[in-house]
Structures are given as structure tokens and as C-alpha cells.
Design a protein around this ligand. Sequence first.
Ligand SMILES: [Zn+2]
Length: 257
Amino acid sequence: MQIRTKTTIGVVAIGVITAIVGIVNKNKFVHVNEMPKSNIHVVILSGHGSIQDGKYQTQGKQSPTWEDGLKIYEGYSCKLLALDLSKKLNENHIDNTIINNYNTDLSLIDRANKINELFKVNKKIVGISLHHNAQPTNNADYTDFEGLKGFTSTSTGGATGIEVFTSVGKTESDNIADNYILPAMKRNMPNLHFRNNGKAKEQNFYILSKTKSPHILIEWLFMTTYTDCLIIADDYYRGAYVNSIVEGYILYNKSLN
Ligand SMILES: [Zn+2]
């Protein structure tokens, strides 16, 4: 993945966010008695397989290679986000597990079964799936050397923005998404477009309907739109996105004290 610059601004801005939210507190290396207890256990699912033996492990689920060489593999990008999320949750004493640590893909059935197995013995489990979005590309204005299509910007028909989903019906996932994760994302990424109408959308996605623990699924920007891909690959925005999720879980965890 091509990572864009803005490093200095990014570091400064992430520093500000961290200061406001209190992410990464000072008591990282102290006796466990001095550490806050985690009321939740976050299970993290990064959407799709990553890259192994020089090969992307999932069919589709990628951007075209754009004119400047930028290309997003959804599984690879989301794996990096998942690892960053896990590290930051650990630093903030929020228990967590990455479900698919392996770089190969895990079927939806296996993903849900694994989470349900854990939930049997740990009722603190709350799940999160990380994905990037895509739209039909029949009318796209760009085709790469492999025939993969995309939109160069929103003005040529490219979709943009963030979607957050929870399972159908009123569940704890609505509370987590609507009162913690979505507001934190809006605070930390105010200039990005939110496709949710204030609240998380409900969908019968397999992972949402088959997991017994509360689960949310985030589609963070469109791989089929070049201008969204620039943001997906941007260190500042990747940090702000992960920090938003961490911030949301810190506040949700506190609400359960
Ligand atoms: Zn996906």
C-alpha cells in the first residue's frame, strides 16, 4: 500500500486527539492492581484474507491499481487496522482478541462460530468487523491494466464515506454504535462523509445475525473511488479512525463501571 505523507500534521493532530480522549494512559507498566479492569472483551475481525507468499488471499475485495500506482487490498489494509486497534486497546487495558490472526481468509461461518465459541465462556465479548466499501463499477470512468474498474472521484459518480451497521432489531450493538463508536468517529474525522443518518444502519449480514454477542460492522470508505483510496492509505486518517474506535470502547467500557 502506498502511504501518503502529511506525517507532521498527522502526528500533531493524533497527539491532540490523544490528549483530549486520554488514549494510552500513563499506567501502562504498573502492577495489575493499579490497572483499570476491562468490562468488555473486544473481538476484532479484519475483513478478508491478507497477503501471503506474495499473493492476495481473497478474490475481488480490492481497488484497481490507480494511475499513480496506489492500490488498496481490503484484507491487507484491514489487517493492519486490526493490529493497530488491538495494540491500542491493550495499551488502554481493554481486553481484546483478533479472531483471524492468520493471513489466509476465514469463511463467514468460521468467523461467526469462533466468536460464538468464545462468547460461550466469556459474556463480556463485543465484536467489531473492519471492512472497506465498494460500489458497482459498470459505469466507472477508470480501468486499470488488469481490467479492474473504479471512479476517479465523486464528481464522476464515485461513492464516498463511512457506513456503520448493526444487527436488525434493538440490541446492545445499537448502543455501542450509536452512542460511542459513531460519535467518536464524527469527532475525530469531521470532514469525512457519514452515510448513516445519525444512527447505525441495520442489516442482516451473516456476521451480524449469526453472532450471539453484540457485533458492529464498519465499512470505512470506498475502494472503488480513488479519492477515498487516498484517505484509506493516509497515515493520519488511519490513526484517527483507529483512535475513534478505541475512544468509543474506552467510553463504553467506563459506562459499564
Ligand atoms: Zn469486506
